[in-house]
Design a binder for this molecule. Structure first.
Ligand code: ASP
Length: 338
């Protein structure tokens, strides 16, 4: 079996994205069971290797690996030999030598997971690299959107998002969520408008295939989804904003702005949210907000990603369609709970 990685949404293309979403449908069903576990990755080991802090992404990957019956290992830099001067290369090669099958890597530098993939034999999943990409966030966001629209229209989830116009609002310049999101939404046919102060838009978006705007109020009347980004304060080194108060006034989804939205407009945020800055506390918890569904769906989507990367050699195409060895479809049901 040749090793495969997930470093960018571009690695998947439309076909790969749809495959992950359909696999995630089956794994979402597994997650609803009293014993939400299948034996699909029994005997495999998944290590989370986070050089940058995280709550939901790391725990979500660990829950996903456990629900697939994989063994898990957690690497924590603060208590590792990195503090004794060991390099990232030695660290990941050490994990690799222990027989890890997949490394889920987060790093503050763009390209670090790709570099790790060149050093190790294990499959590498990019769990966020600097301001470059965060592919599983984009996948879980697509899954959540398609689920919300299907529920509203009373039909099964469709893989096509064409007809949707999605506003990604805020610190686009420093956002890996925005970069992966644009690739995924466009691959599924949606249109994207980036809304930010000029200082927080990337210097050149000509190759992105998106529109840009600097006035949130002007776009709110013509979008189906408002996706708010966190201000990436840890990556903002220059003075790019007059004040946080002014940012909240002009680019925050305030209660007043939310009241003016059409009832069917959906609101999303990747977390961690700063309530009162990019999104009002009440709006974040309102009926139109998908924030909790995003976190919930993250586990099933990451199960799909790990399964697709690691079970290929054993399950092949049958596994991908949910009917193979240990997959969550017909074959998996019998073995569930083991
Ligand atoms: N949790 C997301 C990330 O790691 C979003 C954020 O931190 O703003 O990129």
């Amino acid at each position: 079996m040749t090793r495969s990685d997930l470093l960018s949404v571009a690695d998947l293309g439309r076909e790969g994205i749809v495959e992950v979403l359909r696999l995630a449908d089956s794994f979402a069903e597994v997650s609803e069971r009293p014993m939400p576990k299948v034996p699909a990755l029994r005997g495999r080991t998944v290590a989370t290797v986070f050089f940058e802090s995280s709550t939901r992404t790391r725990l979500s990957f660990e829950a996903a690996a456990k629900r697939l019956s994989a063994d898990t290992m957690t690497f924590t830099p603060a208590t590792s030999s990195l503090t004794k001067g060991e390099s990232m290369r030695d660290t990941v090669e050490t994990l690799d030598a222990m027989g890890v099958d997949a490394m889920v890597v987060r790093h503050a530098s763009a390209g670090a997971p790709a570099q790790v993939a060149r050093w190790v034999r294990a499959s590498v999943v990019n769990a966020g690299d600097g301001q470059h990409e965060h592919p599983t966030q984009a996948l879980l966001d697509c899954f959540t959107l398609r689920e919300a629209i299907a529920a509203r229209e009373g039909r099964a989830p469709a893989d096509d998002l064409s007809g949707l116009r999605i506003a990604i609002v805020g610190d686009v310049r420093h956002s890996r969520v925005a970069r992966s999101g644009v690739l995924a939404y466009r691959a599924l046919g949606a249109r994207v408008v980036l809304v930010a102060p000029p200082t927080l838009l990337p210097p050149d978006t000509s190759g992105w295939g998106v529109e840009t705007a600097v006035d949130l109020d002007e776009v709110l009347g013509s979008v189906d989804v408002v996706y708010l980004l966190r201000l990436q304060v840890e990556r903002i080194r220059e003075c790019l904003l007059p004040s946080l108060h002014e940012y909240a006034e002009r680019f925050g989804l305030t209660r007043d702005r939310a009241r003016r939205l059409a009832p069917e407009v959906l609101v999303m945020h990747p977390g961690p949210m700063v309530r009162g800055l990019e999104i009002d506390a009440e709006v974040a918890s309102s009926a139109r907000s998908l924030v909790t569904r995003q976190v919930h769906n993250g586990v099933a989507v990451r199960m799909a990603v790990l399964f697709r990367l690691l079970a290929g050699g054993r399950a092949g195409a049958a596994g991908a369609s949910g009917e193979g060895h240990g997959a969550p479809g017909a074959g998996g049901v019998a073995e569930a709970g083991q």
